[in-house]
Design a binder for this molecule. Structure first.
Ligand code: KIV
Length: 280
């Protein structure tokens, strides 16, 4: 049985914080599942950390369906949330069609979308049809061409007031949780206190109900780049490079592969086989 919206609301009610991580394939989903994380996000950050783009804008719905399918196959208990990518929810009709693909073809349990305002109608349309929606406020990477690299949102009184109003409006429209990205920590805590539904922070301090991190940041897969909001719990990038160097060196000097890595038959069978091959 997978984690439900009710389970998340209950965690908030009990004041128990929870962790979410992005996952983009079967292996990462298996590992996150093994670690017992209740929530996985198939984020459109796939565009930057997996596909190597500068922004999430090039990510398509086909990409998201493909990655979400793998994550759903690799998980059995976690709730899997799939991002609706850039411009796939610009109208209610687009959103219904796009979300339907993520639910039907990939098997996600919820979708996430960025912003409020014109997205509120979309949230209502999806949730009244039984498709759970997670909101995303603060820094919204799909709007990079509007906000540029001004990452921290809610720095002025009007921005802070708008963030609070948007969070309430998303909740009223039916969102079951809201990601707060790069929101000043005291403001994120205030938003969290004002909502019935859980907030999930990234770069927004400890006052949120849950936290979300990007897989590659959390595990240190990019040794040369650690975003300020990243909690780095391992340095797998360095470990992987060391392992690859050791492998290449052992291939070069003949230490790999040895007998235990090589296919074999019992010695006399092998001898007879080679003799037969030679005389054939
Ligand atoms: O796409 C993503 O990974 C996200 C998280 C940063 C919240 O939206």
């Amino acid at each position: 049985m997978r984690v439900t919206i009710g389970d998340l609301l209950e965690l908030k009610r009990r004041g128990e914080r929870f962790a979410m991580v992005t996952a983009y394939d079967y292996t990462s989903a298996r590992l996150a599942e093994r670690a017992g994380l209740p929530l996985m996000l198939v984020g459109d950050s796939v565009g930057t950390v997996v596909q190597g783009h500068d922004t999430t804008v090039p990510v398509t719905l086909d990409h998201m369906v493909y990655h979400a399918q793998m994550v759903v196959r690799g998980s059995d208990h976690a709730m899997v949330v799939g991002d609706l990518p850039f411009m796939t929810y610009a109208s209610v009709d687009d959103a219904l069609r796009s979300a339907a693909r993520l639910f039907q073809e990939a098997g996600v349990q919820a979708v996430k979308l960025e912003g409020a305002d014109e997205a509120l109608d979309v949230v209502r349309a999806l949730t009244v049809r039984g498709l759970p929606v997670m909101g995303h406020l603060g820094y919204t990477p799909q709007s990079v061409h509007t906000f540029g690299r001004q990452i921290v949102r809610g720095k002025t009184v009007s921005q802070a007031r708008k963030l609070l109003d948007d969070a309430l409006a998303l909740q009223e429209a039916g969102a079951f949780a809201i990601v707060l990205e790069c929101v000043p920590a005291p403001l994120a805590a205030r938003v969290t206190g004002n909502l019935r539904v859980p907030t999930i922070g990234i770069g927004s301090g400890p006052g949120c109900d849950g936290q979300v991190q990007v897989w590659h940041d959390l595990l240190g897969l990019f040794p040369d780049f650690v975003p300020r909001h990243a909690g780095q719990y391992a340095k797998l990038g360095d470990l992987a490079t060391e392992a690859l160097r050791a492998y290449a060196a052992e291939v070069a000097d003949g230490a790999f592969p040895c007998d235990k890595h090589s296919s074999a038959l019992p010695e006399d069978t092998m001898r007879a086989l080679l003799q037969a091959v030679e005389s054939a």
